[in-house]
Design a protein around this ligand. Structure first.
Ligand code: AMP
Ligand code: GLY
Length: 426
């Protein structure tokens, strides 16, 4: 089969890398991709949001399956457009993607179907005073969230009521997040440890993949600003067999049933962002896609043919038994450009990539890179995800292997955290 992957980050490089291992994949394309993805797939210079252009490409090149990486085209309705035109695509419909596209929708849905989550209320334009008053009834810290997509930046943890009032005014009056923040969710702060669980589902049947932990802050020991994610590891020991069972029974199953009964079955990858406290999971957020950088550690642990698995989801014929996990661990350390998540420079040549040996269980997933003549140069804030897959090893040796990979790669202004995965060893 011929496959098109949409997106250009480390998540998409991982999907392309795994799809390339399938004997069933003939032509593999990625739009728009990056310099690492170009090793496995033909790059197509189309934007992920150019739904009509992508559909034209798929028709002209006889693509059998399109796999969507990022959330924006899903929330825009790419799946509905493709399916109405008889084209197979992996991802949820526009209505189902609302679980990520609108936090109010997600919270109201969880309340209706009794999925455990933080206490909340949602406020529309003109309800600033009500929002301030509700925030005053919660004990600090209070969490203020823009309703819509805000590239991971729409969440403010407010240490005091005063800070919450400022955040609310910023979103609702000053439109700090544009239209995404016209509606806000104010919620209770959850205490515990975060982890994520992905479910692949055709709307009826589902299978969970290895649990993972992201490292969102820029500095070691979870200090400093929030980022898109500075590293990840899988599996996460905090997600014990008992916790996973709860996630299945209290989160995933009621969600799938609820979406079916609303007439909008959820198909694709469901990302459950969880806060776990005393063995009890609560939902922090849902995403309607694979996570980044969790995909870099979760997908390599899938035993089986990813092309067949994703196709079976798109066709509504998933066989959960066909998806097995390697009893292994994986660690991804993100190498970023100094200054990220604020301003940073690009165009810096990257050295040492050719020294990485795949047979040592190391693979470098590119996030922000491009080709410049003979060189591969930086082109984004997050540049590389150096990933170790420890098929036979303990997590500790997988962490060490990932950092050995990191030390072999250099570029001007390279920055990375030095404590990825250490949480799991405690
Ligand atoms: P989100 O964009 O919804 O993933 O939120 C970004 C981050 O904010 C999450 O990964 C959590 O670390 C944190 N967060 C969001 N909501 C809450 C909450 N109710 N309690 C504690 N932390 C939260
Ligand atoms: N790693 C968090 C996300 O993909 O949203």
């Amino acid at each position: 089969m011929n496959i098109l992957v949409i997106g250009s980050g480390g998540r998409e490089h991982t999907l392309v890398w795994k799809l390339r291992q399938s004997p069933h994949v003939h032509s593999l394309y990625c739009a728009p991709g990056n310099a690492g993805i170009a090793q496995h797939a033909a790059l197509v210079s189309l934007k992920p949001t150019d739904i009509q252009g992508l559909m034209r490409f798929v028709r002209e090149n006889k693509v059998d399956l399109t796999v969507v990486g990022p959330e924006q085209p899903l929330v825009d309705g790419i799946v509905d457009e493709f399916e109405q035109n008889g084209l197979k695509i992996f991802g949820p419909s526009k209505a189902a993607a609302m679980l990520e596209g609108s936090k109010t929708f997600a919270k109201d849905f969880m309340a209706k179907y009794k999925i455990p989550t933080a206490a909340y209320r949602s406020f529309r334009p003109g309800e600033l005073h009500q929002a301030e008053a509700y925030s005053g009834t919660l004990s600090s810290p209070v969490v203020v969230k823009a309703d819509g997509l805000a590239a991971g930046k729409g969440v403010v943890i407010c240490e005091t009521h005063q800070a919450a009032v400022l955040a609310l005014r910023d979103m609702m009056l000053n439109k700090a997040f544009g239209s995404a923040g016209e509606i806000v969710v104010v919620e209770e702060f959850l205490v515990g440890e975060e982890a994520s669980v992905f479910a692949l589902t055709d709307g009826e049947r589902y299978v969970t993949l290895a649990s993972a932990q992201d490292h969102k802050r820029i500095l070691d020991h979870d200090q400093g600003k929030n980022t898109g994610g500075m590293g990840a590891y899988a599996p996460a020991p905090i997600v014990t067999a008992e916790v996973l069972q709860r996630v299945r029974e209290e989160v995933i199953e009621p969600l799938l049933e609820g979406m079916r009964s609303e007439g909008t079955p959820y198909r694709g990858c469901l990302y459950c962002g969880l806060m776990i406290s005393n063995g009890r999971p609560k939902v922090v957020e849902f995403n309607c896609r694979f996570g980044d950088p969790e995909t870099q550690v979760v997908v390599p642990l899938i035993e089986g043919d990813l092309a067949e698995i994703l196709m079976s989801v798109a066709e509504g014929k998933l066989d959960p038994q066909s998806v097995k996990q390697h009893p292994a661990s994986a660690v991804c350390v993100v190498m970023a450009s100094r200054g990220y998540p604020d301003d940073y420079q690009t165009g810096k040549p990257i050295h040492g990539l050719e020294t990485i040996q795949p047979d040592e269980g190391l693979v470098v997933f590119h996030a922000g890179t491009r080709s410049d003549g003979e060189n591969i140069v930086t082109s984004g804030g997050r540049v590389l995800g150096v990933t170790a897959i420890g098929y036979e090893h303990e997590l500790k040796s997988t962490i060490d292997a990932a950092y050995r990979g990191v030390s072999a790669i250099t570029f001007d202004g390279a920055y990375y955290r030095s404590d990825i995965g250490l949480k799991a060893l405690r």
